[in-house]
Design a protein around this ligand. Structure first.
Ligand SMILES: NC(=O)c1ccc[n+]([C@@H]2O[C@H](COP(=O)([O-])OP(=O)(O)OC[C@H]3O[C@@H](n4cnc5c(N)ncnc54)[C@H](O)[C@@H]3O)[C@@H](O)[C@H]2O)c1
Length: 254
């Protein structure tokens, strides 16, 4: 058990990569607060964990709200007694447009969820982790933060911001034994990638797609990312901080 006695808060845990991580972290012994804007989806994740003998609660919160993020950490600590892991994973994306055609509100919404959401996720996790004597923060960036995702100016800017903020936070909190890293997933089969594929190609994304989608000739699955998140959350990553982890099957390199 890599996360025995640890308490984890995971946002965007109602589906996709957040759900995959919630299930894996709980199977590795963590008590998990599964957080999502979609409270019913968070409940479903928590129910799957408890049905398998794990510990979980579901919380509904919008990560773009400072007050709601603060409250979600407070509720998790009230329930489980401490905070060891914050996985700031919830995210959203705009529809594909030329930058000058993006409505101001759409740009702001993507930045509010993806960048401010991570800012709040660090800001309100840190005091609890200081009390616990340390912790691990994992933020979800994207390969879009390293390389332009054509048609997605707000998303690309937000994810580059997450990488930069992760680096700064890693430097600031090392002395408190709080490690801060981020994951840059490539194309992973989730609700978000399915929606983007539908928008761009007018058809469903095939989970069995082969070929040039990555050097490994397949699409990533939520579990591929969850396993890297588990490493970063665990003591195996004790000397790892301020780092972006690319999990893309070689997509960015090729
Ligand atoms: N799927 C990919 O190919 C891919 C690639 C790189 C990065 N990402 C990032 O991975 C993260 C997880 O996305 P996913 O691919 O699993 O998609 P997903 O749509 O399956 O999951 C995202 C979850 O976040 C929740 N959410 C959205 N806005 C929220 C908010 N304001 N507050 C709380 N919860 C909110 C949604 O309800 C949903 O359950 C996102 O940050 C996304 O940008 C995805």
């Amino acid at each position: 058990m890599k996360l025995a006695h640890k308490v984890a808060v995971i946002t965007g845990a109602g589906s996709g990569m957040g759900k995959g991580a919630a299930i894996l972290f709980a199977a590795q012994g963590a008590a998990v607060a599964a957080v999502d804007l979609d409270g019913a989806a968070a409940e479903q994740t928590a129910a799957e964990i408890t049905a398998n003998g794990g510990k979980a609660i579901a919380l509904a919160a919008d990560v773009s709200s400072s007050a709601e993020v603060q409250r979600m950490f407070d509720q998790a600590v009230a329930r489980f007694g401490r905070l060891d892991i914050a996985y700031n994973n919830a995210g959203t994306i705009e529809k594909s447009e030329l930058l000058h055609e993006i409505p101001d509100d759409d740009f702001a919404r993507v930045l509010d969820v993806n960048l401010l959401g991570v800012f709040y996720g660090i800001k309100y996790a840190v005091p609890h982790m200081m009390k616990a004597g340390g912790g691990a923060i994992i933020n979800t960036a994207s390969v879009a933060g390293l390389k332009a995702f054509t048609g997605k100016a707000a998303y690309t800017a937000s994810k580059a911001g997450v990488i930069a903020m992760t680096q700064v936070a890693g430097m600031q909190y090392g002395r408190y034994n709080i490690r801060v890293n981020c994951i840059c997933p490539g194309i992973i089969y989730t609700g978000m990638s399915r929606a983007v594929h539908r928008e761009q190609f007018g058809k469903e994304l095939d989970p069995a797609i082969k070929g040039r989608i990555s050097a490994l000739r397949r699409i990533g699955m939520p579990q591929d990312v969850a396993r890297v998140a588990l490493f970063l959350a665990s003591d195996d990553a004790a000397f790892v901080t301020g780092a972006p982890f690319v999990v893309d099957g070689g997509y960015t390199t090729g």
